[in-house]
Write a protein that binds this ligand. Structure first.
Ligand code: ME8
Length: 524
């Protein structure tokens, strides 16, 4: 039977500077969902990439005194290295300066123009360079950009517009028919009530005041608006509009676009309308996540409070960084990032809870049974109760993942870890060991712990792939059928087993003071 496909995307990032933890958060989040879907048997395709045109990039390359193409080429290498470091399993990496993408954008613009959805007019308004967005007078807040609060530039020029109004009611009908198209619901309500219902303004889709972008074929003094250019990446990367469009046929429509809360409007209004104009199917879902904020507000170069993911990964390990990034932003909220909080979580969740559970259990199995444990199905109440709750937790995690409640999934997985640590305290293996007649019970307790650890290793695979493998290795699991997702549904699956006797701690406890000092001094 052919596998069901699952196509998911991150936004394509502006290579206007070194990527910080916010950008890494979006990518790690997408990667975890991709890995989860693959484990659930989907043929999953993850796309990420770079948004390389626009005034912001032109300015950044001018600052460095290099031409824009060389600038983005250098940045692309850095991005690819960073995603490799963070174990991102992307299947595609799109760059909007790629000729294939450029050709498709030219073609799409022409098609929209010929159809009458794009028309020539005059733009009078305000432009925010960092956000690459036009605003009307009434959209400004205190005369500044409503999104980032920065100074905007007055602009008046001949420009092409996209007729958004034409699609307004069709878009509302689509939202009515697809209540889960944009999640969380709070974000959807905001978009519908604050933007669509009050009436869409036609969107200015070209610029003439700079060059770094895709030229309109029939009128080359105009450069295509960077957002129209960028959004098309989701289909151009799959070969849409070319002879080589198997990927497009296979994966489109996207199952999930992951975006940050600041770019919802572009994905939830303009993108569906562009697709309607092209007569293409709309994506199935958009998930908009919250932001990482720092104790002193937004991360910014001027505040010097930016945290970089490569520094975290090189110091604390890739899996720890992935876990900690995903842990602090819940479904529809922002998350606070602090080094103190990061170290505390590392020590509590990873070193104490997970690391100790594995090392304690293996230590006891080696001490009491020279590493060998027999399969043991038990009727003890405490074991029955554990079986039921672990099975329930597996269902909870699946539901969390299917509804993109990623931080909740981690909290739920940690419930198995907590339960297992409590199980050790309650069953007191060291007391059982003193009594010769309790050998069988002691062995059974160890078997149950191993079975829980096996489940945890499977459940954390999407988030911490290397740690998951390390655990399998430590508890001696080689049979791949005991590592796959469906094996979670069988509580007593483990056979007799031999665990390793040289246990390496999964996460060494960190000295908080020392780490805070290190991070203060590290390259910012
Ligand atoms: O918006 N916490 O690119 P970008 C969490 N090129 N997420 C954050 C964040 C933070 N502190 N700061 C930024 C663009 N992000 C466009 C996308 S898609 C067709 C074009 C997220 O590099 C932000 O919300 O400015 C966005 O989803 C992503 O990083 C890329 O931002």
């Amino acid at each position: 039977m052919e596998k069901k496909t699952y196509y998911l995307t991150t936004p394509i990032y502006y290579p206007s500077g070194k990527f910080h933890i916010g950008t890494a958060y979006t990518t790690v989040l997408a990667d975890s969902i991709k890995r989860y879907k693959s484990l659930r048997g989907y043929d999953a395709f993850l796309l990420t990439g770079l948004d390389e045109h626009g005034q912001k990039i032109e300015n950044a390359s001018k600052e460095k005194n290099i031409d824009s193409q060389t600038y983005v080429d250098n940045m692309a290498k850095d991005a690819i290295d960073l995603w490799k470091l963070l174990d991102i399993s992307n299947d595609g990496f799109i760059r909007t300066t790629n000729l294939k993408h450029v050709k498709i954008v030219e073609k799409i613009f022409d098609e929209m123009l010929n159809k009458g959805d794009i028309y020539l007019g005059e733009y009078n308004g305000w432009y925010c360079v960092p956000c690459e967005t036009f605003f009307t007078e009434t959209q400004l807040v205190d005369g500044k950009c409503p999104d980032c609060g920065r100074v905007v530039k007055k602009t008046s020029e001949e420009a092409y517009f996209f007729n958004m109004k034409k699609y307004q009611s069709k878009l509302l009908e689509f939202y009515d028919a697809n209540p889960d198209f944009l999640i969380p619901t709070s974000r959807k309500n905001e978009i519908i009530n604050n933007f669509i219902k009050p009436g869409l303004e036609d969107l200015c889709v070209t610029r003439t005041s700079f060059n770094w972008g895709i030229k309109v074929l029939s009128d080359p003094k105009h450069v295509v608006y960077v957002w129209l250019d960028a959004l098309v990446n989701y289909i151009s990367a799959l070969g849409y509009g070319t002879d080589n469009d198997e990927l497009f046929k296979k994966y489109w429509p996207a199952d999930l676009h992951i975006v940050g809360k600041d770019i919802i409007r572009f994905h939830a209004i303009y993108w569906p309308i562009f697709l309607m104009s092209l007569g293409l199917e709309l994506p199935k879902q958009i998930y908009a996540h919250g932001w990482y904020i720092m104790k002193d507000g937004k991360m910014s170069k001027s505040k010097g409070n930016t945290v970089y993911p490569d520094i975290l990964a090189n110091r604390y390990g890739v899996d720890a960084t992935r876990y900690l990034l995903l842990r602090e932003i819940s479904y529809d909220q922002d998350g606070l990032f602090s080094i103190e909080g990061f170290i505390d979580r590392f020590n509590n969740d990873l070193s104490n809870d997970l690391g100790n559970l594995v090392s304690r259990t293996l230590g006891m199995i080696n001490k009491y049974f020279e590493g060998f444990i027999k399969r043991s199905i038990s009727n003890e109440d405490i074991d029955k109760e554990m079986e039921t709750s672990v099975n329930d937790i597996v269902m909870l995690v699946e539901n969390d993942m299917d509804t993109i409640h990623i931080a909740n999934a981690l909290t739920d997985i940690w419930k198995i870890i907590d339960k297992s640590n409590k199980y050790i305290d309650t069953t007191e293996p060291w007391v059982l060991f003193k009594d010769e007649t309790s050998r069988e019970r002691l062995s059974s307790v160890m078997y149950h712990l191993l079975e829980n650890i096996r489940k945890v290793a499977i459940l954390i695979k999407p988030f911490m792939p290397t740690t998951s493998e390390k655990i399998f290795e430590q508890i001696g699991i080689v049979n791949s059928e005991h590592k796959n997702w469906t094996s979670l549904y069988d509580y007593y699956l483990l056979d007799d087993i031999k665990v390793i006797n040289k246990i390496e701690p999964l996460f060494m406890r960190l000295d908080k003071e020392e780490e805070i000092k290190y991070m203060m001094e590290s390259d910012k």
